[in-house]
Design a protein around this ligand. Structure first.
Ligand SMILES: Nc1ncnc2c1ncn2[C@@H]1O[C@H](COP(=O)(O)OP(=O)(O)OP(=O)(O)O)[C@@H](O)[C@H]1O
Ligand SMILES: [Mg+2]
Length: 313
């Protein structure tokens, strides 16, 4: 049954890609829903880009299916891709055209009101001032932002970003994180392939960890890090009142400490906690997420098989 409103914007089933004897993607099932940011993690060569290539109809799967907005990418490629904006590892723009003209060129291909979005998107990505400058004069950060702007021209339900914060300075990375959260807030689904685990940890609702083309772990950050010790250390004066507010957010495990409270909550909820406390007039002097980091777990999950300790003969 295909409903008109597609909550699931991307679904792959049993996706497989073999290149000769290499199995790059090995029976991958994944789903991205509207309003969520899903991280696609895995070491080099895990099959992330190959997966994205199949989702975009650029690589033909050996087996399995990929559906965007309920449309099979191989059967209804154009319809399916009309709802997708993607920024791949190498997004090419014309060096001698301005940023604005580059976006306009993409917009013309996409049609459907995309041209009218060029200027608002330049402004949104902080490129309004430099929209008229040639692309070749853009800094790496500006290039990345133009790439992201181009993904939004079609007002997509699914946004796919392959390493969007690549090469950005910390301020630039933060801007991108905020933007990604905004995209989810606009009811789009976001698939984010990234090596920046710290970024993934802060921005994703769920992560999928793949290794040699197979899904080896998935779930919320808290689940993947086994919920083991994911908590916030909150330094605040009025502990009873703070505890009451946190209970109002559905947080159950709250423990008093000499300086405030330790509360068990998903690491992505720091902003929400901060906002709730502040709007009740309680200004925490610190809200520190404490956890076994995603990086710890990632290293553990994806570390190469220990080199066989073959005896030296
Ligand atoms: N066109 C191709 N021909 C042969 N092998 C390929 C091809 N494309 C990818 N591969 C192989 O498939 C595997 C998965 O590659 P893929 O690029 O999908 O990994 P990735 O997870 O994106 O890695 P990275 O983190 O380095 O970007 C690798 O072993 C790679 O060498
Ligand atoms: Mg890749």
């Amino acid at each position: 049954m295909t409903g008109e409103v597609h909550e699931v914007v991307l679904r792959t089933k049993g996706l497989v890609k073999r290149f000769g004897s290499i199995t790059a993607v090995d029976g991958l099932d994944l789903e991205v829903r509207r309003g969520e940011v899903v991280g696609l993690l895995g070491p080099n060569g895990a099959g992330k880009s190959t997966t994205i290539g199949m989702v975009l109809g650029l690589i033909t799967p050996t087996a399995g299916t990929a559906e965007v907005l309920g449309r099979d990418i191989r059967v209804r490629r154009e319809d399916a891709l009309a709802g997708v904006g993607a920024m791949l590892e190498v997004t090419s723009f014309y060096p001698y055209l301005s940023g604005r003209d580059n976006l306009a060129a993409v917009a013309l291909l996409r049609g459907g009101g995309a041209l009218a979005r060029v200027d608002p998107l330049l402004a949104r990505l902080g490129l309004a001032q430099r929209g008229g400058s040639k692309f070749r004069t853009y800094s790496l950060g500006m290039r990345q932002r133009l790439g992201i702007a181009s993904t939004l021209l079609a007002d997509p339900a699914l946004v796919i970003l392959d390493e969007p914060a690549n090469g950005l300075d910390p301020a630039g990375q933060r801007e991108i994180r905020e933007l990604i959260r905004e995209l989810a807030g606009e009811n789009r689904g976001v698939l984010l392939a990234s090596h920046l685990l710290h970024e993934v940890e802060q921005v994703c609702d769920r992560v999928l960890v793949i290794k040699k083309g197979k899904l080896i772990a998935s779930g919320t950050i808290a689940e993947v890090t086994r919920g083991g010790g994911n908590y916030f250390e909150i330094v605040v004066d009025d502990k009873p009142r703070a505890a009451e507010i946190l209970r109002g957010l559905g947080i159950k495990e709250i423990r008093e400490t000499p300086t405030g409270l330790d509360v068990v909550a998903d690491p992505t909820r720091g902003g929400e906690i901060n906002r709730a406390l502040a709007s009740a007039g309680l200004y925490a002097s610190a809200i520190v997420p404490r956890a076994s980091s995603l990086e710890d777990v990632f290293m553990e999950l994806t570390e190469p098989e220990s080199p066989s300790a073959s005896p030296v003969s």
